[in-house]
Design a protein around this ligand. Structure first.
Ligand SMILES: NC(=O)c1ccc[n+]([C@@H]2O[C@H](COP(=O)([O-])OP(=O)(O)OC[C@H]3O[C@@H](n4cnc5c(N)ncnc54)[C@H](OP(=O)(O)O)[C@@H]3O)[C@@H](O)[C@H]2O)c1
Length: 351
């Protein structure tokens, strides 16, 4: 174990850290002027600290919420602060006994090329080593990372999915959706995805083994739900909110569980969030709708990672990541989540 200051092979006095900071709070869809680009010198870590070179960052719909003022499950990113982002990086200098140069770590690195931590900051950022024998760097941001954990605990704990259930998942070809649908199949459920466009629908059915997929951009979601969920919906894993949530509410069965994971259709609204009109269906069907935040399950991630890594290894689960290159492309790349241009988990490769 390396406890001494390690002269990093890839760092020297003139190494600079390019960063992207939140310049102002966006109104509606974020634009280029909402960001500022800065460069700082990289400094050697102090006693107990470490320096990480970013390899890849997770681009998440939640980032849009973190840019807003107001109370949420986590504090907003402050104006002028480096944009918050989870990622994977390589330790290039360590004076912390838990990490050695060369380790690959996951945690809150921020949108920057280098992340330097004191001992306390490393804990707060949730820095942990990853084992690339279980999955690639990008898979550690997808099925084995935060989206996979969301899918796992959302489906199994909040959704209480069990064999024989009909599970519907929106955002089906996205990061969370691909884990939810495949895991539900593995657990013996009938799985119906909802996604935008024929390519995504074909992929989740042909490649991931979903029983059906509804292209919500092509036509009548309600009618398609009637066709594909003849016995009603037992679990709806909601990633999008809005009209699709309302449509699914008309098809739920008795005792159904609706997992409120996200509502991406509402994140860039400049008017009030659209609430469900058909919520009386919960009463009629003795059903429930429950919100979840993945971080509440952090102490159980190792169990979920071990199970999901097993499915990746034995081929029962596949993963798809959509990789954009270059930190300077962050502002544009983030928008792919809201236009639906990302196909699979959106990752920004930094180096
Ligand atoms: N609660 C938690 O702890 C937690 C944790 C992680 C993620 N989440 C939430 O889970 C959801 C999925 O996140 P992700 O990382 O897996 O993203 P993702 O599904 O990989 O990407 C976002 C996708 O949302 C779809 N979308 C965008 N605008 C839409 C609209 N107006 N109506 C319907 N679909 C729309 C697009 O797919 P199409 O092309 O199919 O439209 C897009 O590709 C988000 O709502 C996110 O906030 C919650």
């Amino acid at each position: 174990m390396n406890t001494a200051a390690t002269p990093p092979a890839t760092m020297h006095a003139s190494t600079h850290n390019r960063q992207i900071r939140l310049a102002r709070r966006p109104v509606g869809m974020p634009v280029r002027d909402d960001w500022s680009f800065t460069t700082e010198a990289v400094v050697e870590p102090a006693d107990g600290g470490l320096l990480v070179k970013t390899r890849a960052l997770s681009l998440d719909p939640a980032m849009r919420g973190w840019m807003n003022e107001g109370k949420s499950y986590i504090a907003p990113v402050a104006i002028g602060e480096v944009m918050r982002a989870g990622g994977i990086g390589e330790v290039i200098a360590s004076r912390n006994p838990r990490f050695a140069a060369g380790d690959l770590v996951t945690g809150a690195l921020g949108v920057q090329e280098y992340a330097s931590f004191t001992e306390a900051e490393a804990k707060k950022a949730g820095l942990a080593k990853i084992d690339t024998r279980l999955g690639s760097v990008t898979q550690w941001l997808n099925v084995l990372g935060m989206p996979g954990m969301t899918g796992y605990f959302g489906l199994m704990e909040v959704g209480q999915a069990k064999a024989g259930d009909t599970v519907v998942v929106s955002g089906a070809a996205g990061a969370v959706g691909q884990t939810v649908g495949q895991l539900a199949r593995i657990k013996g459920c009938r799985v119906v995805g909802i996604a935008g466009g024929p390519a995504k629908c074909e992929w989740v059915v042909k490649e991931l083994g979903f029983d059906a997929c509804i292209d919500y951009k092509a036509g009548n979601v309600k009618a398609a739900l009637r066709e594909h969920c003849p016995k009603g919906v037992d679990v709806y894993f909601d990633n999008v909110g809005g009209d699709i949530l309302d449509d699914v509410l008309t098809r739920i069965g008795r005792g159904a569980r609706i997992v409120i994971c996200g509502a991406i259709s509402q994140y860039n609204n400049t008017t009030a969030v659209q609430g469900p009109k058909n919520y009386m269906s919960l009463l009629v069907n003795r059903a429930r709708m429950e919100g979840m935040v993945v971080f509440d399950y952090a102490d159980r991630y190792p169990q979920a990672i071990a199970e999901l890594a097993g499915y990746l290894r034995d081929g029962r689960m596949k993963s798809k990541e959509d990789v954009v290159l270059g930190i300077e492309n962050f502002p544009k790349a983030l928008l792919k989540l809201f236009s639906g241009e990302n196909f699979g988990k959106l990752v920004l490769e930094v180096a």
